[in-house]
Design a protein around this ligand. Structure first.
Ligand SMILES: CC(C)(COP(=O)(O)OP(=O)(O)OC[C@H]1O[C@@H](n2cnc3c(N)ncnc32)[C@H](O)[C@@H]1OP(=O)(O)O)[C@@H](O)C(=O)NCCC(=O)NCCS
Length: 153
């Protein structure tokens, strides 16, 4: 299986919405329109993973603040369940973190999402706080995580 990586495009929005519904069923998955809005913002950077031209993963990060030193926030990352566990999530994460070199990076993750927490910790994120009932639909809690500027993936 050959996986290729490039930029996420507006034309991918429908497929992203489809994957979100599969990956975050009880947690207000983003519709295609949310991806279009994300891709239209110049402060966001989204990457895509494809197998035989079909989108199997995506990840996005945003730059916060108007002037350096910038901070960054990971907005989303997802891999098609049929392709999880093959290193695609790690590669997507490394690619969006390349954008954030020299900056602190933040994210939120469900406290019961062991796979994502394991991935984030392996590239230098640490838990910094707990947001009770962060996910409004499910009522699940989130950890806020932080990765220091000097850490490299
Ligand atoms: C989190 C997610 C993006 C990881 O993608 P993936 O392609 O399966 O991950 P990889 O194969 O690159 O694995 C990377 C690391 O994740 C962790 N990981 C992956 N699956 C795991 C599991 N089932 N249990 C524990 N850790 C796991 C490991 O640290 C792994 O490192 P390793 O390669 O050294 O074992 C994927 O599971 C996913 O899409 N989950 C649903 C959406 C989601 O929860 N997104 C994050 C929201 S904050």
């Amino acid at each position: 299986m050959t996986v290729t990586y490039d930029g996420l495009r507006i034309a991918d929005a429908d497929r992203c919405g489809e994957l979100e519904a599969q990956l975050f069923p009880g947690d207000d998955p983003w519709p295609a329109t949310a991806f279009i809005r994300e891709l239209e913002s110049e402060h966001n950077h989204y990457v895509a993973a494809r197998v035989d031209g079909r989108l199997v993963g995506y990840a996005g990060i945003t730059r916060l603040g108007r002037k350096p030193p910038f901070e960054y926030e990971i907005h989303t990352i997802g891999v098609d369940p049929a392709h999880q566990g093959a290193g695609i999530g790690r590669e997507l994460l490394n690619r969006i973190l390349d954008i954030a070199v020299g900056g602190v990076v933040f994210l939120e993750v469900r406290t019961d999402n062991a796979a994502a927490i394991g991935l984030y910790e392996s590239v230098g994120f640490t838990k910094m706080g707990l947001r009770k009932r962060y996910y409004r639909v499910s009522g699940a809690d989130a950890y806020t995580m932080r990765r220091e500027a000097e850490v490299r993936a």
